[in-house]
Design a protein around this ligand. Sequence first.
Ligand SMILES: [Zn+2]
Length: 372
Amino acid sequence: MEDNFLWEQIQGHDREISLLQGVIDKGRLAHAYLFYGPRGVGKSKTAHAFASTLNCAQACGTCISCRGVQARTHPDFIYIEPQGAQGILLDQIKTLIKRVKLKAHAGNYRVIIIDEAHKLLPEAANALLKTLEEPPERVVFILVAHDMSRVLSTISSRCQRVRFGALGNEVARDILIKDHKVSKDKAELAVALSGGIIGEALEMAASGLLNVRNDMAGVLLSKTPSTARSAALAAKLVAVAKKQTLKVKKTQDAELAEALSMVEGSKSISGFKRDLAARHHRERARLEQQCFRQSLALVASIYRDTLVIRENGDDKFLANSDLIMELKDAEITRSAMRSALADISLAKQHLERNVSPLLAFENLFFSLEAVV
Ligand SMILES: [Zn+2]
């Protein structure tokens, strides 16, 4: 068991971490926090570490309490996120308020994370105000938001605010290389394509998507179209997304098994199972969409790089700098480029609307090959 293990997993937020640890050490815990700052820099991860520490001072990451918080199955830990496209619903908040009033297990803190709190619908936000201001004893709220313009001031004024800064591309790249053993080329590409959003860059590097990049460049930059090659590329991209979601499914199944053992004998077990299954499904769907978005970003980056080269831009602006010879060699006309960008955005719409991903990618590459 390692002390502060969970805190050590968080990169680039030393100031925020020492502030939060100080609060706990000095016993100056507020009853509501609002973590805000750019998307994907580790706010939610920090919120989970903070939540764990409240019930395991060592933040060890391995005890049943820490694991329960990380898996969001701890009986005294409540995790709220938007359900579906609308946002966080009034019903979710009503259920939350009822649960908050129940007594926590002996000596425990009851911790509530509200993720994407900027998506609280107005009636849900209003219903939350009173509890947020005067929660029962030993209840701590952590709201997490990346769009402060959408957080009602009545909400934010009731919270202790903690600002999270962006990670620079260099920090993000170093984290990938040093902590996650990603190769330098891949790390640079992943960070460039994810705008320095470390969570996405990591998932991209781990997904195997970047291994398909050379095939992709082969299709996009080739002067001789090949339907078979395009179809094979489409299949590979779909397989990457599938592999990612299967990997997550395994973790989720383990989570479910552990969660069920924790709530054994409870009356609400079937509702609990249903909610967890629904959440797992949402997580996988989101991950799959992210994979598709990244695939398209990769396609776009190859076209953008040919443009940078043609406009005599600096090599350091290339996302695929290791492919510079191939990029220089490609002859993509301005009109081909325009129609390629239109094709990419059409594919994006298709993928978001649940058109068969294989079909969407095949269509994309067939038409991209046709215009070069
Ligand atoms: Zn622990």
